[in-house]
Design a protein around this ligand. Structure first.
Ligand code: ATP
Ligand code: MG
Length: 428
């Protein structure tokens, strides 16, 4: 179990902002101690495109979080996104050495599952077990301690462009930080917003940020698909700026204050004031004009999401529907339009499962930061459980620790279901 007072930090390096969330892990849960969120212009569509700008934003966010939390930040769990992210199914099989499944058996079977050819410029980010099979019994979540002779695993491998992962690590290291792990942002967001019930009966998490729309599908409690579409809220802002001939900052402000994703929710007599460009006078425009610009773009984003889900063949298995998160889903009318295009129940996911100054992270735009913190807490709990009972728990080999060069040589391991974490989930 994590020792009293252990500090964990989630670092969400997003297209519009860098957000550092500091938490204290105790046996009875996670307390948010501080948050630092600052604008960032160093990324394009989820990928670092300007190291100096990104480093500056990380420094500012970390400094703000440090000051609020009153602790010194050294180690972080960092997020990664971008359309270079891919996922694919794989499986492995191994003999159960002593007649009872141990951690070593699980590690071996997962090592087998990840032994697939990966392009030289890509690396495996996560090995996510979907189910284990012991002899003829399938659908097993945690096989440790079970009797049998043959252990199988079906997993989902998430891969990423090595250069994109290394740039995230490099930016953090230039701020004097140690990256404990690099985590797929949608996976982190899911940790913060998805309930166990939703994972069990099947759900899609769709995180619409500024530059990317991240999709992750849960089927039968495991992750069945992950991908990233390079569109987000910034595309809506661009459309508004071009359509209404107004500066970008004003377009973003109009979107937040008056935007609506469904034109029919806006009455015809509402008007808004649109600032002009190049010193031109502001003018009054029907609010309906704004929603007419926004609606096709949001519709397009959900059409792409639907197509991605359909292509996996898992649409029918998502009985819990879709959980939307990310800052862009704060746009009025988004849930309604999503339900129409996706044909499924839709809710907006706010971060849960933490206490302390939660009002600072109470918004879908903080799901990734809070999720990274929760992921880090789980990783620490896993490590400590492994030390306490080496043969009967599993740990993970992290992307950051592994490094690109050793990537193919080493094995990864899944999350163990530590008692602490189970308790934590049940408690919130
Ligand atoms: N109230 C609001 N209404 C509409 N859009 C909003 C609102 N608040 C934030 N947004 C939009 O959300 C987007 C930012 O979301 P978020 O903070 O989740 O992105 P990010 O994490 O920086 O980017 P990404 O995850 O794509 O790399 C911006 O496009 C912003 O305009
Ligand atoms: Mg984001």
């Amino acid at each position: 179990m994590p020792s009293q007072g252990e500090i964990v930090v989630g670092l969400d390096i997003g297209t519009t902002k860098v957000c550092a969330v500091v938490g204290e892990i105790a046996d009875d849960g996670i307390t948010i101690l501080g948050v630092g969120s600052v604008p960032c212009r160093g990324l394009r569509k989820g990928i670092v495109s300007n190291i100096d700008w990104t480093v500056r934003s990380i420094k500012d966010a970390i400094e703000a979080a440090q000051t609020m939390a009153g602790v010194e930040i050294r180690t972080v769990y960092a997020g990664v996104a971008g359309s270079h992210i891919r996922s694919q199914g794989s499986d492995g099989v191994a003999a159960i050495a002593g007649g009872e499944v141990t951690r070593t058996d699980v590690e071996r079977v997962l090592e087998g599952a990840r032994a697939i050819p990966v392009d030289a410029d890509r690396q495996i980010l996560h090995v996510l077990p979907r189910e284990y099979i012991v002899d003829i019994q399938d659908g097993i979540r945690d096989p440790i301690g079970m009797s049998g002779v043959r252990l199988g695993a079906k997993v989902n491998l998430v891969t990423a462009a090595t250069s994109c992962v290394q740039n995230v690590i490099r930016c953090a290291e230039r701020c004097g930080l140690v990256v404990a792990d690099v985590v797929l942002e949608a996976l982190a967001s899911s940790e913060a917003i998805l309930s166990d019930d939703e994972r069990e009966i099947g759900a899609a998490v769709v995180d619409i940020g500024g530059g990317t729309t991240d999709i992750i599908l849960y089927v039968d409690g495991g992750i069945a698909h992950a991908s990233v579409v390079p569109v987000g809220g910034n595309n809506i802002t661009n459309d508004i700026a071009a359509g209404l001939r107004t500066p970008m900052a004003e377009a973003d402000r109009l979107k937040r204050l008056h935007g609506c994703a469904l034109g029919r929710m806006v009455s015809d007599d509402e008007e808004i004031e649109v600032p002009g460009v190049g010193g031109q006078k502001p003018r009054r425009t029907p609010r309906r004009v704004l929603s007419d610009i926004i609606e096709p773009r949001v519709e397009e984003i959900f059409a792409v999401v639907r197509k991605r889900i359909e292509d996996t063949g898992m649409l029918e298995q998502l009985s819990a529907g879709v959980v939307l998160t990310g800052g862009a889903v704060l746009l009025e009318g988004t849930t309604e339009l999503a339900e129409e295009v996706l044909g499924m129940p839709v809710r907006i996911g706010f971060p849960t499962g933490v206490r302390g100054i939660t009002q600072l992270v109470h918004g879908p735009q903080y799901a990734t930061g809070v999720g990274l913190l929760k992921y880090g807490a789980q990783a620490i709990a896993d490590d400590q459980a492994r030390i306490a009972a080496p043969a009967h728990s599993v740990t993970r080999v992290t992307a950051a620790r592994r490094g690109a060069a050793e990537e193919d040589a080493e094995s990864a391991s899944p999350k163990s279901q530590s008692k602490f974490w189970e308790w934590l989930k049940a408690a919130f």
